[in-house]
Design a protein around this ligand. Structure first.
Ligand code: NAP
Length: 485
């Protein structure tokens, strides 16, 4: 076996979080390698290139705080522009020499004697470092439900997160399965191209208007010449989104009622047919599933060539989708907008610590101390780890806070100033217990199915508070919660 490549820090993943970690390592003068299974950086923004893909957080906020972009073309930029942004950061911060692209990580093993992680790729190459940063994200493994007969379908089928440009849409009978954030973006884009589009809805989601618009050239010029103005705009967006958090924290409260009214008014204004409107009206509190933002999904549903199908799917057949009432919807193409495997976090990477595997440690659900460190796994740092996802604001804000929090510890072990830093089990457990108790009172717990919950009702994905509270918690690396040797 070839010798492992020695470095000071290994970063797994070159998406938004991994690039952030790489920038910080570069700035700190630490030697590091970024292992990325794709052939380019960008993570979710590389994967999700389906028509209409974009971010539902305004771009002036969904970007690094230290790398603002005055040139965003619209309030809510689309995937190609967001991907370009992350590629630009990789170039601007000279990360390319550190990137190992097309490298899929199979395992990470801790060696107590040397206090080093050895990371092995699926093709057998190895890297060794005292610090390991796992930045694989929460939404990178597409989920296609195992409906009976799926493989028998005679037409084309594709998941939104594995889109390719030659997918057969034009003039075809297309079925989109799912009505989440991905579905509501792709449906309006392909509705005009398909001969007929059937949207298979299992549950309606809450939708509020996106109010997207191009950013006028004069405003871009102002943002470019007066950075303070751009920063003020960013702060304003952050504040407005933060103000919606009570809808999640207090289901049924004033903010939730205000947002539900906004959504219902929008539904009434865009869907004249009362039966269709009824079919699109959620029966769970707003925020339980991710609240969607769109200006074009409802208008797409009233097109003559679009049908909203609310009858349940029984099976997939060669000719199309068979419903439980026996009818067959004939299709040429099925688009699975059915989301992601969201509870495995680092999966399928096998992480083996001094006392056993992470899979064992997470047998009853993934958890991490402050979303970032795990008892029993020294010198391991997660970005966008368990309980750092949000329903109301920018994940980049969260990951930047995680990075600030963990940086002193990462640098200590990377530079050999400490041999081993690991969170104490009681700190980890107490943190998770309190967090789960808080999550149980949020709208996420309020009687709907979503990717935020396991079958047992545990919520391993989301942070319970608002982002300001997270920022306060992450201000300082709390050494008292750690064993440091
Ligand atoms: P999702 O929110 O998990 O939605 C999956 C959809 O598939 C749901 O409508 C679900 O129905 C349906 N579904 C799943 N299994 C099904 C089955 N067996 N039969 C029928 N329908 C089925 O996935 P997503 O839309 O890809 O979004 C996932 C997350 O990605 C979002 O919440 C968001 O965090 C992120 N995202 C963000 C953006 C953005 O703009 N920033 C865009 C896309 C995605 P039920 O609702 O009944 O479960």
């Amino acid at each position: 076996m070839a010798a492992a490549l020695e470095t000071q820090a290994i970063i797994i993943g070159a998406g938004m979080s991994g690039l952030l970690a790489a920038i910080r390592m570069k700035q700190a003068g630490v030697d590091f390698a970024v292992l990325e299974k794709s052939l380019e950086v960008g993570g979710t923004w590389l994967d999700n290139c389906y028509p209409g893909s974009g971010c539902d957080v305004p771009s002036h906020l969904y970007s690094y705080s230290f790398a603002g972009n005055p040139h965003w073309s619209r309030l809510f930029a689309r995937q190609p522009e967001i991907l370009d942004y992350f590629r630009d950061q990789a170039n601007r911060f000279q990360l390319r020499p550190h990137l190992c692209l097309g490298v899929e990580v199979a395992s990470a093993d801790w060696d107590e004697a040397s206090a080093r992680w050895t990371v092995t790729s699926t093709d057998g190459n190895r890297w060794r470092a005292p610090a390991l940063i796992v930045a694989t994200g929460q939404l990178n493994r597409p989920r296609t439900p195992d409906l009976p007969g799926r493989e028998s379908f005679a037409g084309a089928q594709i998941h939104t997160a594995r889109w390719h440009a030659d997918t057969s849409i034009a003039g075809k009978r297309v079925g989109v399965i799912g009505t989440g954030a991905s579905a509501i973006q792709i449906v309006p884009e392909i509705a005009g191209e398909a001969a007929h589009l059937t949207v298979f809805q299992r549950s309606p989601h809450w939708i509020i208007p996106r109010m997207d618009a191009p950013i006028p050239p004069a405003m871009k010029r102002l943002f470019a010449t007066i950075p303070l103005l751009r920063k003020a705009f960013r702060a304003l967006i952050w504040r407005r989104l933060e103000a919606t958090h009570p809808a999640i924290a207090a289901p049924g409260g004033a903010k939730a009622r205000e947002m539900e009214k906004m959504a219902l008014d929008y539904l009434a204004a865009t869907i004249p047919d009362p039966d269709l409107r009824q079919a699109l009206t959620p029966d769970f509190p707003i925020g339980c599933k991710r609240t969607l933002v769109s200006d074009d999904y409802y208008p797409a549903l009233v097109r003559d060539n679009v049908t909203l199908e609310t009858r349940a799917i029984e099976r997939i057949e060669p000719a199309g989708v068979r419903l439980t009432d026996g009818s067959l919807i004939e299709l040429d193409t099925i688009v699975w907008a059915t989301g992601f495997e969201t509870h495995g976090f680092v999966a399928p990477i096998a992480i083996n610590g001094p006392n056993g595997s992470l899979a064992q440690a997470w047998e009853n659900g993934a958890s991490a101390y402050r979303g970032t460190t795990i008892a029993g796994f020294p010198n391991l740092f997660l970005l966008y780890g368990p309980n750092t996802n949000l329903g109301h604001n920018s994940i980049i804000f969260m990951v930047e806070r995680q990075m600030e929090y963990a940086l002193p510890a990462i640098l200590k072990v990377a530079r050999g100033e400490a041999r081993r830093i690991v969170v104490k089990p009681d700190a980890h457990e107490a943190y998770n217990r309190t967090l789960q108790a808080r999550l149980a009172t949020t709208s996420w717990a309020a009687g709907c199915g979503s990717w935020y919950k396991t079958d047992d009702g545990v919520m391993p994905n989301n942070w319970a508070g608002n982002t300001a509270e997270f920022a306060r918690m992450m201000k300082r690396f709390d050494t008292e919660a750690y064993e440091i040797a």
